[in-house]
Ligand binder design. Structure first.
Ligand code: NAD
Length: 346
């Protein structure tokens, strides 16, 4: 497997491979860029089809973290860890302790946090082996669950989008289709409801949609059609790839913006949305509230006023992306990537 000629290799500063047969650990840690500070990004624990799939994931995700952190104007670079889930039975505690030792060996160039498949308990085990961990719920500067801050940033960003696209202040009276009611999606739905929006929701988890119907008066639709609702905003808050060749023609909303990472299945979907006159809020800009909160913990003294100001800064950045996109008739995702690379000095 070649790294330097890999299509997703982007002059990453470091790509580390660690294995520990006793615990079954096999992982990659990628440090994409540290121009703005130590590389930070979560650890993903996933059953990959092959180690080459895992390598592709770590290369892409670490670069995305550099872009996200640069756009959020926080003093962190971009990195990511992926652990290949062992087949069959394994000792979870031994595995995550081994991973903690791997993070420690990277020597502070990479600071890890939670991502898909990793729990707060796993984070506590990692922490027994290294101090290069953030997003914890215990300790001096612990910042806890980042999800409410992610939802807060998305909510504030959507206000900018509706002002830009629809010329209205706030989401009152608008219809929002929320795909996925997990940690972020539900919190976002709650904020939208509180501000007078009407909700249409879908989730594969029946209990989550029932709760949204009861608590938030949301209309429930099937997961197959949530993207196709006659709504003002479509908010993808489940997994990546919601905007793809199959779904794009069905999207009725004027604005697409939500929590999910990699909402565009392929980058050209950004141009396709622009062609259809749909305003796309670049995912890694809109959903940066959580990493901003994590950055406050990394600094050593958690200060919510700093977090609040940085989340507010996302509004300014989004407005600039929308304006540049309008002025140049280029897709917002391209503008965001361009701005991120400028900020990274690349
Ligand atoms: P989560 O696992 O708590 O929630 C995901 C929800 O999506 C679950 O309720 C799940 O049942 C639902 N879902 C899965 N497949 C679905 C489908 N096909 N249709 C509808 N619903 C479906 O995750 P989360 O922490 O809320 O994160 C949501 C997304 O936002 C993820 O893509 C994550 O990477 C991204 N994100 C999260 C944060 C954060 O702070 N948690 C920060 C940035 C980005």
């Amino acid at each position: 497997m070649s790294i330097f000629s890999h299509p997703d290799f982007d002059n990453h500063e470091g790509v580390y491979t660690f294995s520990e047969p006793e615990s079954g650990l096999q992982c990659f840690i990628a440090v994409h860029n540290t121009n703005r500070g130590p590389a930070s990004g979560g650890t993903r624990f996933w059953s990959y089809g092959s180690d080459s799939d895992a390598l592709t994931d770590v290369l892409r995700l670490s670069r995305a973290m550099s872009y996200k952190n640069a756009m959020a104007e926080i003093p962190l670079g971009g990195g990511k860890g992926v652990i290949l889930r062992p087949e069959g039975d394994f000792d979870r505690e031994a595995l995550f302790a081994a991973y903690g030792r791997a993070v420690e060996k990277v020597g502070g160039q990479y600071i890890t946090a939670e991502d898909v498949g990793v729990s707060p308990d796993d984070m506590r085990i990692i922490k027994t082996q290294t101090d290069f961990v953030a997003g914890l719920d215990e300790g001096d500067a612990a910042s806890g669950d980042p999800s409410p801050h992610t939802a807060d940033g998305i909510f504030r960003g959507l206000e900018v989008a509706v002002k830009h696209k629809l010329g209205v202040e706030g989401v009152g009276g608008l219809i929002v289709a929320v795909q996925g009611l997990g940690h972020v999606g539900y919190d976002l739905a709650r904020r939208l409801k509180k501000s007078g929006a009407r909700l249409i929701v879908a989730d594969i988890n029946e209990a989550a949609v029932q709760r949204a119907a009861e608590e938030l008066g949301a209309e429930i639709v099937s997961v197959d059609v949530i993207h196709a609702q006659e709504a003002d905003i479509f908010a993808p808050c489940a997994l990546g790839g919601a905007i793809n060749a199959k779904t794009i023609d069905d999207i009725q909303a004027y604005i697409v913006g939500g929590a999910a990472n990699n909402q565009l299945k392929t980058p050209d979907m950004g141009a396709e949305l622009l062609k259809r006159d749909i305003l796309y809020c670049p995912d890694y800009v809109l959903n940066a509230g959580g990493i901003i909160n994590v950055a406050a913990e990394v600094s050593g003294t958690y200060d919510y006023a700093w977090v609040d100001a940085k989340i507010e800064g996302l509004r300014v950045t989004l407005k600039e992306i929308f304006t540049r996109s309008e002025d140049s008739a280029r897709p917002t995702n391209e503008i965001a990537d361009e701005m991120a690379r400028e900020r990274l000095g690349l």
